[in-house]
Design a protein around this ligand. Structure first.
Ligand SMILES: [Zn+2]
Length: 225
């Protein structure tokens, strides 16, 4: 797709996410990695609902602003995830209500923030890591993301929101939506003793769809379910 087509795509998905209440005000940001190693990224203080394709920040491969408005201050977040996940072409970060709520619950496992609730959660978002709270724009968040060694395409920032990578913008958006809906299901069912997918059902999905789940590629050869 041409760069102008990609700019339009960022605006279209941004508007869609905003209009469905998935990220309020000027929160949230989207980035895309281009073939020359540069990026397109949404500007700082810009609402995802009202993006202008011509004002999207264009960065070179060293992260310097080439054209457009000043980029989001959450750049370190995106840079760290691209760096550790070589296949990532796009990243979506939102302040979506249910995913943020999930990060504040005491029982959350930082290496599997959600249980295997539905096949599409596993197929689109994989498993989800939780990293501790950092002030927005704090470069230390980058170290926390690098510490996950690229095993997770979806990460929750405590008291802040999800960050999700995909091999296309569409994939990153769909995965973010799946993560938000699964967090919502979790909150609806919490303390109701729901049945999640069994280890056998998860293994079947992993094998059938070639899923890359961190809990299924440990090196000790055991199936952790
Ligand atoms: Zn944010």
């Amino acid at each position: 797709m041409s760069e102008s087509g990609l700019r339009e795509e960022i605006c279209r998905y941004g508007r869609s996410l905003f209009e469905r209440g998935l990220t309020p005000g000027s929160s949230g940001n989207i980035s895309l990695r281009l073939d020359d190693g540069g990026w397109l990224v949404t500007p700082t203080n810009a609402s995802l609902g009202f993006l202008d394709p011509a004002r999207i920040s264009r960065l070179d491969s060293a992260g310097r602003l080439v054209s457009g408005d000043k980029p989001t201050k959450e750049i370190p977040l995106h840079a760290a995830l691209y760096e550790s996940r070589g296949s990532a072409r796009a990243i979506v970060h939102l302040h979506s209500t249910h995913a943020v709520a999930l990060t504040m619950l005491p029982e959350i496992d930082p290496r599997a923030a959600l249980p295997p609730m539905t096949p599409y959660y596993l197929m689109r978002a994989g498993e989800t890591a939780l990293v501790p709270y950092y002030r927005p724009g704090d470069p230390a968040v980058a170290d926390a993301i690098r510490g996950l060694a690229g095993k997770y395409s979806s990460v929750l920032l405590a008291n802040h929101g999800p960050v999700v990578a995909g091999d296309s913008l569409e994939a990153a958006v769909f995965a973010t939506e799946e993560l938000e809906e699964t967090a919502r299901l979790y909150l609806l069912l919490r303390n109701l003793n729901p049945r999640y997918l069994t280890p056998d059902q998860v293994s079947d999905l992993v094998q059938t769809f070639g899923l890359d789940l961190p809990s299924h590629h440990d090196h000790d050869g055991h199936d952790h379910g």
